[in-house]
Each structure stands twice: as C-alpha cells, then as structure tokens.
Design a protein around this ligand. Structure first.
Ligand code: ASP
Ligand code: MG
Length: 426
C-alpha cells in the first residue's frame, strides 16, 4: 500500500480539490491507498486567530472569525458537490457544533488546551470535504476520525504519540478498510488523549502523521504532494537559480529540515527510516514530473544547499560576576527553553556568556529574557537573518554572504552558518 499526504495549498480551490481527487483515483487503481490531508489553505492560521480572540475574552470576534472558516468550507462544498452535498453538510455540522459549543463558554483552562480543541477542526473539515468529493466521483473511499486512532499524551500543541496503543488501533481500524479496496481518507496533524481531548502534533505535523501511518501499515512508499516540482537546493522564490535535487538521503533531508528548509516536517524521517520506506516529494500541479526520491542510501555530489531564515533575534546571556557560563548555567538556560517551548536555531558558548539565536516571537523572548534576568545580564538584538549553506564552497559563500554584515559565524566540514543583519534580499 501507499500513503499520500496533501498539504493545505493542494486543496485551497475547487480546481485543486478536483485535481487531488484525480491524483487519488489514478493511484487507487494501482493498489491500496491511504490519504492524509492537512487543513485547507490558511485555515490553521485562521483558527489560531479564533483561539486568540476566545482566550482574550473577545467571544464575538471568535465566533465571527470561526464563521469565516465555516463559510470557506461551505462555499467549496456548494461548488463541488451535488449528490453528496447534504451528507457533507451534516458532517460539517458536527464539527461546527463541536467548536461553537466550546466558543460559547468562557476560557478556564490553559491556552494550549483550547488551541488544540479549536485548531483540529481545520483538518476534520478538509478531510470531510475531500472524502465527499471522492464519493461524488464514485471513488470507493472511507473517512476516519484520526482522533479515534492516534492516542497521545496531553502535551497540548506538541503532543507525543503513544505508539503501541496507536499501532493497535491503526491495525484494527485501517487494515480491514484497505483490504476492502477502500481508499482511506484521514487527518494529519491531530490526535486525542485517552480522555478524548483533541491534541495536535506541532505545526506542519501532517507529514509526520503520514509517516506514522506508513510505518504502522508497512507502506511501500510515502508521497508528499507539494506545489514545487521537487525538493530544490534553495527556496526558488528567493533564488532564481535554484536547482532540483532528484535524489536525497534521509540524513540529508533531516539536516535540511533542521536548519530551516521548509521541505518536510523534521519528525517525518524516523518512522520511515525504521522500515526503510522511501519518501517521494511530488508536484500536485504536474504529477508526471519525477519529483524527488528520498531513501536510506547516501547521495554523493550534492550542490550547495542554501537555507535562509529571516526574522531572527539574538539573545546574549552573560554572567554578572565573571563566573564561567558552564554546564550548570547552560543547563538552567535549556530548562527555560524547554519550559517556554522555544528552540534556539543556533547557539554559541563563550567563557562568560552564552548566545542563542531564535525565531523572533516577541512574547516568548520577553518571557525568556525576564526569567533569565534572575541569573544573567541579558541583551537582545533583533532584525537578524540566519544563513546556512550545506556542502559549501567558496563560490557559494560569496553568493550568499557578500556585502552582508556578519554578527556570528559557525562552520563544520559540511555546513557553514552565519547570523547577519537582515538587509531584506539575499
Ligand atoms: N494544518 C497544520 C498546519 O498548518 C498541519 C500541516 O499543515 O501539516 O500547521
Ligand atoms: Mg500545511
């Protein structure tokens, strides 16, 4: 069997949803297929706004913003469905009620809990719609609420999967459907606790969900359908000379994701690696294109890979009395990072200071700076860019770094990273 994952951009218009249905139907003729889908277009961001309003006691705003999400789905359903229209709306109504029931209350629990209860609705709606489009087009398809399968802990927004319980549920619920030649449609990114509270696995987590299914179902491959022809050595929106990379190793893609290339979710590889399942990245706009094949074997002679992360901030933690910033102090800092769910993109340790680069999330950084101020002098610098080149050479360094004002540099045999003042273009 194969596992397909479709992201939000592949289903954000009537044409694109029809296109996805076409891709699914063509593949379903070749054998059993499981389809994992994330929320439509920018729905997740929209639902995040709903949660923010709700939690700030702006109930009317929250309901109005949720209404927009509802209408986007209802409009698409109207254009796409005839026979299945009412069945789809009935399903939608379950999820609308689930969210609105909560939004009519007052927040009494923590933010992250509400985040997961509301944000999960995006995936439930998108998969419901795609499922009914497949049925409308006479494709034998089943829909599953992944919250009945993916059991997680209650670490809301970054929930951890309980592997054994989930594997047993997948075996019991999914295998029989595949054996009946049904295409199984379900949600990425979400799960539920043993108490039936919804959880999410971290932003962009649908790739990871698909990989979990691939592992548990011993898939012959996983395909992630994107709007680019293949994995490229740089973001083609920033680099007009970006080139395709037809073959990559698991190790290379995981490094690229780690340094911030927005190719796949970094957790995707482990479940695939365990069973040596190849990962394909293909273009939903032109399924004939070969895309990128990612597998266990090392790949030689890769071009330089450029990764640019803008909107970075640097925090420098310095000791006040010339005592070393050693294991204990660094341990304290990492404890703070963990508590605040904030991960440094680059760190550097000196004798009496520790420097860390973060995505510039002002609230989090403010919290971090305040907490760290109990032990350190803290300095913040904003407006930075983190540039990374893997497999660098002199030409590549000149290409990316020339004319930049560098604040910090780190280099290993394969990778060079520089923090620079953000001058806009690269
Ligand atoms: N819809 C979720 C997000 O936007 C999950 C995903 O796209 O993978 O983060
Ligand atoms: Mg997405």
């Amino acid at each position: 069997m194969q596992v397909f994952k479709f992201g939000g951009a592949s289903i954000n218009t009537v044409e694109r949803i029809n296109n996805v249905a076409q891709i699914v139907q063509n593949a379903a003729r070749q054998g059993p297929l499981m389809v994992v889908i994330s929320a439509m277009g920018k729905t997740t961001n929209g639902l995040e706004k709903v949660v923010e309003a709700f939690f700030a006691h702006r109930q009317e705003d929250a309901l109005r913003l949720f209404e927009q999400v509802k209408n986007q789905h209802l409009t698409l359903a109207k254009y796409l469905l005839v026979v299945q229209y009412h069945a789809c709306l009935e399903r939608f109504a379950d999820f609308f009620t689930e969210a609105e029931w909560l939004l009519h209350d007052k927040p009494v629990r923590e933010y992250d809990y509400y985040y997961d209860q509301i944000v999960c609705i995006g995936e439930l709606l998108s998969t419901t719609l795609v499922h009914h489009v497949l049925l409308e087009q006479k494709q034998a398809a089943a829909w599953l609420d992944v919250r009945d399968l993916f059991r997680t802990d209650n670490n809301f927004r970054e929930a951890n999967l309980e592997w054994a319980t989930t594997a047993a549920a997948v075996e019991k619920a999914v295998k029989p459907l595949l054996l009946q030649n049904l295409t199984v449609v379900t949600q990425g990114f979400i799960g539920a606790t043993a108490d039936n509270e919804s959880t999410t696995l971290g932003r962009e987590g649908s790739d990871f969900s698909a990989a979990i299914f691939a592992n548990m179902l011993d898939a012959q491959s996983q395909t992630i359908w994107k709007d680019v022809p293949s994995v490229m050595n740089a973001d083609p929106r920033l680099f007009t000379d970006a080139v395709a990379m037809p073959t990559l190793s698991y190790a290379e893609i995981i490094e690229m994701a780690y340094y911030g290339a927005q190719v796949i979710h970094p957790k995707t590889i482990k479940p695939l690696f365990e069973k040596r399942i190849p990962l394909m990245v293909k273009c939903f706009l032109d399924p004939q294109l070969p895309g990128t094949y990612i597998g266990p074997a090392a790949v030689k002679h890769l071009p330089p890979v450029f990764i640019v992360k803008s909107n970075q901030a640097m925090l420098q933690f310095s000791s006040r009395n010339y005592s070393f910033v050693g294991e204990q102090a660094v341990g304290q800092l990492y404890q703070l990072f963990e508590t605040l769910h904030i991960r440094p993109n680059l760190t550097q340790n000196g004798a009496i200071s520790f420097t860390a680069i973060f995505d510039d999330k002002p609230e989090k950084l403010e919290q971090l700076a305040q907490a760290a101020a109990a032990h350190f002098d803290v300095q913040l610098q904003k407006g930075l860019q983190l540039l990374t080149i893997r497999h660098y050479n002199a030409e590549a360094i000149a290409r990316l770094m020339e004319g930049k004002t560098m604040v910090l540099e780190q280099k290993t045999a394969t990778t060079i990273q520089a923090v620079c003042l953000d001058a806009g273009a690269v």
